[in-house]
Design a protein around this ligand. Sequence first.
Ligand SMILES: Nc1ncnc2c1ncn2[C@@H]1O[C@H](COP(=O)(O)OP(=O)(O)O)[C@@H](O)[C@H]1O
Ligand SMILES: [Mg+2]
Length: 847
Amino acid sequence: MNEASSGLFRFIAGLARHQVVASTLGSFGILIFMLLGGFLLARENVKKWWIWGYWISPLVYAQNAISVNEFLGDSWNKILPGSTEPLGKLVLESRGLFPEAKWYWIGGGALLGYVLLFNILYTVCLTFLKPFDSNQPTISEETLKIKQANLTGEVLEASSRGRVPSNTVTSTVDGSNDEADSNHATVNSRPVNKGMVLPFVPLSITFEDIRYSVDMPEEIRAQGVKETRLQLLKGISGSFRPGVLTALMGVSGAGKTTLMDVLAGRKTSGYIEGNITISGYPKKQETFARVSGYCEQNDIHSPNVTVYESLAFSAWLRLPADVDSSTRKMFIDEVMELVELLPLKDALVGLPGVSGLSTEQWKRLTIAVELVANPSIIFMDEPTSGLDARAAAIVMRAIRNTVDTGRTVVCTIHQPSIDIFESFDELFLMKRGGEEIYVGPLGRHSCELIKYFEAIEGVSSIKDGYNPSTWMLEVTSTMQEQITGVNFSEVYKSSELYRRNRTLIKELSTPPEGSTDLSFPTEYSQTFLTQCFACLWKQSMSYWRNPPYTAVKYFYTTVIALLFGTMFWGVGRKGNDNKQKKRKQRIVNVKFPTVLQRLPLVPICHKLTCSRLKLLYSCRDNQQDLFNAMGSMYASVIFMGVQNSGSVQPVVSVERTVFYRERAAHMYSPLPYALGQVAIELPYIFVQSLIYGVLVYAMIGFEWTAAKFFWYLFFMYFNLAYYTFYGMMMVGLTPNYNVSSVASTAFYAIWNLFSGFLIPRTRIPVWWRWFYWICPIAWTLNGLVTSQFGDVTEKFANGVRISDFVEDYFGYHHDFLWAVAVVVVALPVLFALLFGLSLKMFNFQKR
Ligand SMILES: Nc1ncnc2c1ncn2[C@@H]1O[C@H](COP(=O)(O)OP(=O)(O)O)[C@@H](O)[C@H]1O
Ligand SMILES: [Mg+2]
């Protein structure tokens, strides 16, 4: 069975080729096989148009084989008084299972067949199906033009921005001087910068003796190191000024990202020492976040919005509140032009490597998202890593354009080509261990840098045409240090350059005369309400463009509704005549409960079996129908709920990484974000419960009164809502999607057990009854059953009033319907609140 299920879900994954679709189809598979597996509905209760489903369910075979194995055994061989057949056989028949011993072999054979079948189908899917979402990265109009020109052999005019058409760059086959020159022209020949719509205050940043350390990692401590802290930055000083583009370089692991995180205030752990000033005033994180931007190494964007919407959202929440919307629009357009995103304005962002923008376009979007905040200081971590020469040139041009507007830009960069390297003004070179070894200007063709290093004894001079950035990293490598015995950080500390830098830092760290410290009247640029609106707006765009989530959910809902409707066709109608009456009568003659009470079963299972058998065969007309109707409620509450909670989790966990970035940029506080995420679900859930409610209500044939229909919808709606928010909450409480899906599944099983359907409250052992009261599904089921049957005064065939039965057996009182309603409304509110709080309190992003 285990292998067959693995095979089945493997096959489903191969068929669906999309995480959300696969998980939907998967739960769909579980649903069909469970419902028709012969346990929830016995074989004779399965409608004739569904019986094929019974025969194809692997669960049928597994259950029958394992039951035959048990119940045809010796211990079940007793023949009870008043009966002719052994007890085991009776049990099997009563559950609609086949009592013949051959089923042991049939079951085993069928399961083996399923294992083979599913795995073969899976292989077939892998072999023949193409990737689902094979959208090409969006191509801008310009690229398209170039591509066409390449095909027709046309020569394109240089565009108005004075840039060399990109095809000359790409057509240079070897990356020698030729390309370098043309690229260089690309990077540097820009039009004189235009004034931007929005003014900004040019700010410089200085830092002195920055030390950053973390608690000693376990792995190192295991090697016998005694110190409790590991120092990653060892007293670094420097300054970045407006209009100057600084390259932060060093071998990987030197501590570049660490330095940037410390300066930008993005560290969530560790110990920071040292002074940082912003234009002479000590840095305060709240104000600093408002005037700075940080383009992280990993581009993180919401996948289901367009480029323009991403920018509009960022601008809305980060520009001062007094900027009106038309100015904001103009500013966004300006920024898009600056980083050359204008042709991609309406392109969907997508997921990297799957759909939407290409890597390089993502990078430019990352830059643009920070730029629309109109920051004075911008940090960029490896903006060109992973890009080819052409894409890197485009990104570099965007960065250069930015610096030329008078902003302060610092950029870490990895293996730059000569032209990219030389488009920087200054270099901040670090070595492994977190020490600086060169802080100063590059000079024309890097002459200053070359002069500095060639002057040091033991350093071999640079060859003609060699990339100075490569050379500089080579001669300062740890290996070279060991060979030549030069300690570059000490050389730097005793150099003229170092003294010059010290003076510069002193100068810049006293506030200019007549200046005032940065201050803002409010913590965030927009009010709480605007933040809520903005978040809701973005989420609504995101949801609208996410059919794999929303449309699949509706599709699933419709199919489940039809499924339940046809499976439980008409069970809600009054006066259903019971066909199995005769057979049941026969079995009831056997005193099941007393027999079963002698069995060594755990109390819960025991009670469960007793109560179910008693009810199933007690032959009170229509009581079983009540159970069937309740079974349909129970199944839909659980399946639809779990599906909702399961499918919302990947969506929320992707958005949460975006949330971390946006919160770090001080765009909003966690609560408006959570509110937006929660609020956008509400209308979608409403439509979902409407689809489901109308279909199922009509097909099952519940009583057509406005009040009962309303209650049905009401409970379904809030049931779906709290499941969905429960899923969100679990994402909020756990570090990643995998953990959250495992953790939430663990709870479903317990909820299921104490829902009041498998074991009614009155029969749950006292010491477990408290769980019934905190079990959300129990409340929904209570509401659904009570509103439907709690006030029915008609009688079963045995003369018991339906309402009395509901009250005695399940403990549902119609008078308390309103109280139940209040609890069911409170549940989603509670989960949503916990979701918001978990976002506020926990930060699973370690930096
Ligand atoms: N939280 C941490 N705990 C332990 N070591 C860390 C931590 N963060 C970074 N490091 C180490 O510090 C060094 C510098 O990292 P980083 O700043 O990311 O380098 P890079 O210059 O490549 O950006 C690396 O050797 C890394 O392993
Ligand atoms: Mg790094």
